[in-house]
Design a protein around this ligand. Structure first.
Ligand code: NAD
Ligand code: MN
Length: 498
C-alpha cells in the first residue's frame, strides 16, 4: 500500500497527531493508500511557511522568465509520469481509464503548461489613459495576492489541483492546498514532482485531512489572503462566512443542476449520444453534468425511448478496463446519497424509464445503474438538488419560453446546453439561460483558455484562461507625477495657502 505524509515547507512530514486515514479504490472497495491526517495545527504550520515564503519574495521576486522555467519543468515531469497518473486517478476516483487518459490527466498537464507560459507572457504592467492635467503617467501593476488557501473536491482530483495551483503560482502567489479525503493521491504525486523541481521551499504545501479542521483553518486563518474553493454550494457558503472574518478574496466554484434544452429540430444522430455524454460522464459526478432534460411534448416519447435503449446498454465495470462506459461512484456514502434521491423521485411521483438500482451482475464497487426519470416536475427534489450521480430527470415542455423559465428556475447557474439545427433559435436560448457556460449542440467542452464559473449560487469568480489568472492578482494603480514644480501644483492651495 502507498504511504503519503504531509508536504509542508518542502519536507514530507507526519501529521502532528500521528494520525492517518485510508484511501479506497471505489471499484475493489479495498484500501490503496494510507495518508497522513492533518489537523488545524498542521494547516497552521503550512500557512506560516507560505506566509514566510511570500513575504520573503523568494517566488514573487523571481523574474517571470525564471518562474516560467520552473513551472514548465514541472509540467514536463508531469508529462513523463502521465501513464502512472492515469492509473492512480482511475484507481483512486473510480474515473474510467478512458476519461482519465483522454481528459483529466492530459487536460491537467496541458493546463499546467498553459499557465507556465502565461507566467512569462502576460503583461504585469498595463497602461492607463494618460492624464494631461495634472500631467502624470498612470499604469496598473498586476501583483500576486499573497498566500492562497485552496480546497478541492474529489471528482476530478488532478485537474482540480492543477486548476488551483498553476494560475496561483504563475501569478507569483504561495499556496496551501487541501485535497479531498476520498481522492488525495494525484495531488500528493503532484507535490512529489514539485519537490523534485527547483520550486523554492514553502511556496507550495499540500495538507491532507478533514474539511472540518484543515479546510476550516485554511478558510479562516488571518495569514491567508485568498481562498479558492471548489465543492458543494453548502460548504461554499461556509467558506465565505469564514473568509469574511479577515475579508479574504474568494473564488468559489460550486454546484450545478444544468439544464439541457432540446428543440424540436435537433439532430437526433448527435443529440441522443450528446445528452447521455452530458449526464453520465464520470457517473454523473461532474459539476456541469446535464441532469435536467427539457423535451417538447411532440418528440418526448420517442426521444426518451432512444435514450433508454442506449442507456440500458452502457457497460458498467472495472474503470481500468478500456471497455467500461461507466465506473462506480466515489464512495459508499455517495451511493447512499444517490439512492436516497432515487427514492425521493419515486416518492414525489416521478417514474423510472430505466435504471434506479445497483447492477445485479457486479458484486463489488459503489455502482448505480444509469437512471432516467420521466414525469418529472421542475419543483421536485430530483429536479432542484444536485444529486452527483447517474440520474437524469426528464421534464416535458410546451413552449420554448416555458422551457427557459423552468431551466432558470433553480438556485444554480453553472452550465447549460441547447440542441437545435437553427443557430438563430439556439443562440436566442443560449442568451436566456442564466449560467456561466452554455453549449450549443455539445456538452462538457471546457478549454484551458476559456473562462469557467458560475452565475447565481454556482459560484463567484472564474477559473481557466486569463480570467483565472487575473483572479490571483491584485490591481495596483501607480500615479507618477510629471509636473514636479511647486508653483504649478495649484491644488496644494486647498491645504497650503501660505
Ligand atoms: P464538498 O463541498 O463536500 O467538499 C469539497 C472540499 O471541501 C473537500 O476537500 C472537503 O474536505 C472540504 N470541506 C468540507 N467541509 C469543509 C468546511 N467546513 N470547511 C472547509 N473545507 C471543507 O464537495 P465534494 O463532495 O468533495 O464535491 C462535490 C461537489 O463539488 C459538488 O457540489 C460539485 O458540483 C462541486 N464541484 C464544483 C465544480 C465547479 O467547478 N463548479 C467542480 C467540481 C465539483
Ligand atoms: Mn479513493
Amino acid at each position: 500500500m502507498r504511504q503519503y505524509q504531509l508536504y509542508i515547507n518542502g519536507e514530507w512530514i507526519d501529521a502532528k497527531s500521528g494520525g492517518t486515514f485510508k484511501v479506497l479504490n471505489p471499484y475493489t472497495e479495498e484500501a490503496i493508500a494510507e495518508v497522513a491526517k492533518g489537523s488545524r495545527e498542521d494547516a497552521q504550520i503550512a500557512i506560516d511557511a507560505a506566509r514566510k515564503a511570500f513575504d520573503s519574495g523568494i517566488w514573487s521576486g523571481l523574474p517571470p522568465q525564471r518562474r516560467c522555467e520552473i513551472l514548465l519543468d514541472i509540467a514536463e515531469r508531469l508529462a513523463a509520469k502521465q501513464s502512472e497518473l492515469i492509473e492512480l486517478e482511475t484507481k483512486d476516483a473510480g474515473m474510467t481509464t478512458r476519461m482519465s487518459s483522454m481528459a483529466d490527466i492530459p487536460g491537467g498537464i496541458g493546463q499546467f503548461r498553459y499557465y507556465a507560459e502565461l507566467a512569462r507572457s502576460v503583461p504585469f504592467y498595463e497602461g492607463l489613459p494618460p492624464m494631461e492635467f495634472p500631467t502624470s503617467y498612470n499604469f496598473v501593476l498586476r501583483e500576486p495576492i499573497g498566500v492562497c488557501g485552496q480546497i478541492i473536491p474529489w471528482n476530478a482530483p488532478f485537474l482540480m489541483a492543477v486548476s488551483k495551483l498553476a494560475p496561483a503560482l504563475a501569478a507569483g502567489n504561495t499556496v496551501v492546498l487541501k485535497p479531498a479525503s476520498y481522492t488525495p493521491i494525484t495531488a500528493l504525486e503532484l507535490a512529489k514532482i514539485i519537490d523534485e523541481s527547483d520550486m523554492p521551499k514553502g511556496v507550495v504545501s499540500v495538507v491532507t485531512g478533514p474539511g472540518s479542521t484543515v479546510g476550516e483553518e485554511i478558510a479562516a486563518n488571518p495569514k491567508v489572503d485568498k481562498v479558492s474553493f471548489t465543492g458543494s454550494t453548502e460548504v461554499g457558503r461556509r467558506i465565505m462566512e469564514l473568509a469574511s472574518s479577515t475579508v479574504k478574496k474568494v473564488t468559489l466554484e460550486l454546484g450545478g443542476k444544468s439544464p439541457v434544452i432540446v428543440l424540436e429540430d435537433a439532430n437526433w444522430d448527435v443529440a441522443i449520444d450528446g445528452v447521455l455524454y452530458g449526464v453520465y460522464l464520470h457517473s454523473g459526478q461532474i459539476c456541469v453534468a446535464g441532469t435536467r432534460l427539457f423535451l417538447p411534448g411532440s418528440i418526448h416519447d420517442e426521444f426518451v425511448e432512444k435514450l433508454v435503449a442506449k442507456a440500458s446498454h452502457m457497460k458498467l465495470g472495472d474503470p481500468m478496463d478500456w471497455g467500461t462506459d461507466m465506473g462506480p461512484l466515489v464512495s459508499a456514502e455517495q451511493r447512499d446519497r444517490v439512492e436516497g434521491y432515487i427514492k425521493s423521485g419515486l416518492g414525489q411521483g416521478a417514474r423510472l424509464a430505466c435504471g434506479g438500482a445497483r447492477p445485479k451482475e457486479l458484486e463489488k464497487g459503489y455502482f448505480v445503474e444509469p437512471t432516467i426519470f420521466i414525469d418529472v416536475k421542475n419543483d421536485m427534489k430530483i429536479a432542484q438538488e444536485e444529486i452527483f450521480g447517474p440520474v437524469l430527470s426528464v421534464i416535458k415542455y410546451s413552449s420554448v419560453d416555458e422551457a427557459i423559465d423552468m431551466a432558470n428556475d433553480t438556485i444554480y447557474g453553472l452550465a447549460g446546453a441547447v440542441w437545435s439545427e437553427d443557430m438563430g433559435r439556439a443562440m436566442d436560448v443560449a442568451k436566456k439561460i442564466r449560467s456561466g457556460t452554455v453549449w450549443i449542440n455539445e456538452h462538457h467542452m471546457i478549454d484551458t483558455r476559456h473562462p469557467f464559473g458560475g452565475y447565481k449560487q454556482s459560484g463567484i469568480g472564474r477559473e481557466m484562461g486569463i480570467y483565472g489568472f487575473h483572479e490571483y492578482t491584485e490591481i495596483k494603480h501607480v500615479y507618477m507625477d510629471l509636473v514636479r514644480k511647486r508653483e504649478s501644483k495649484l491644488w496644494y492651495g486647498m491645504v497650503c495657502s501660505g
